[in-house]
Design a protein around this ligand. Structure first.
Ligand SMILES: [Fe+2]
Ligand SMILES: [Fe+2]
Length: 255
């Protein structure tokens, strides 16, 4: 805090060296009564009207004046919002919608593989967990939106197809190929969020996408790609039943 001088209180900070014939002037901190909001340093004996401060790099209250005037008063305005561009806010709402759409499609796949006349329990479990994970992603982006002072705006989601059988590939392989395409598409959308963050000079948003989503997305793509490779080896029919069993055991071991 910087100070205006007052003769009310003077306390030495540095004592004069002993045995000095002409000691340098002692330095004093000047305070101004109770609740004083400024402080300065001056040498004893100096004129109070002389400029007080030297070497001060940061004067918080002086710099805060502008920010204090910008604190929102309206109760429907975010107090936390700071350096958060409208374009960033909008792209987060888009990403929430994408995560919900992917979650919805995975949920439809879960319902398909859980049918009594399909009964691939490993596939059903995998897609149910995938659906929950995507919904969690949507919620994580909602939390982030609120953290930055944006407003979550939910949009419509498209009804997914309910049939996943494919005449040549069979249902398991076809569903995994759809899943791989979805994860790659989602990766593209996350990169777009990152691009918007960089464009709007928002390193915190860019870091958030990098830290929490991109690595996980790459892992998901690799995992599903491996499932597709395995399903292509086993063909349709009996091999798929074994694949489904191994998926069930793998998921159980990971839990
Ligand atoms: Fe996701
Ligand atoms: Fe995903």
């Amino acid at each position: 805090m910087l100070l205006r001088a007052s003769s009310s209180v003077l306390s030495p900070l540095f004592a004069s060296p002993e045995n000095s014939s002409s000691p340098p002037p002692s330095l004093y901190v000047r305070t101004k009564g109770r609740g004083a909001s400024t402080v300065s340093m001056a040498a004893a004996g100096e004129d109070n009207s002389a400029p007080a401060i030297t070497g001060v790099l940061f004067e918080p209250f002086k710099e805060l004046k502008k920010e204090l005037g910008l604190v929102p008063i309206s109760p429907d305005q975010s107090l936390a919002r700071y350096k958060y561009a409208e374009e960033c806010e909008a792209v987060i709402n888009v990403q929430i919608n994408i995560e919900y759409n992917v979650s919805y499609i995975y949920h439809a796949m879960y319902a398909y593989f859980d049918r009594d006349n399909v009964a691939l329990k490993g596939m059903a479990k995998f897609f149910k967990e995938s659906s929950e994970e995507e919904r969690e992603h949507a919620e994580t982006f909602m939390e982030y939106q609120n953290k930055r002072g944006g407003r979550v705006k939910l949009q419509s989601i498209i009804a997914p197809q309910s049939e996943y059988d494919h005449p040549e590939k069979g249902d398991a392989l076809y569903a995994m190929e759809v899943a791989l395409s979805l994860e790659k598409l989602n990766y593209d959308k996350l990169l777009n969020v990152h691009r918007v963050a960089v464009k709007n000079d928002d390193p915190q948003l860019a870091d958030y996408v990098e830290s929490y989503f991109l690595a996980e997305q790459v892992e998901a793509i690799k995992k599903i790609a491996e499932y597709i490779a395995q399903l292509r080896r086993v063909g349709k029919g009996h091999g798929v039943w074994h694949f489904d069993r191994s998926l069930l055991e793998e998921e159980a071991a990971a839990a």
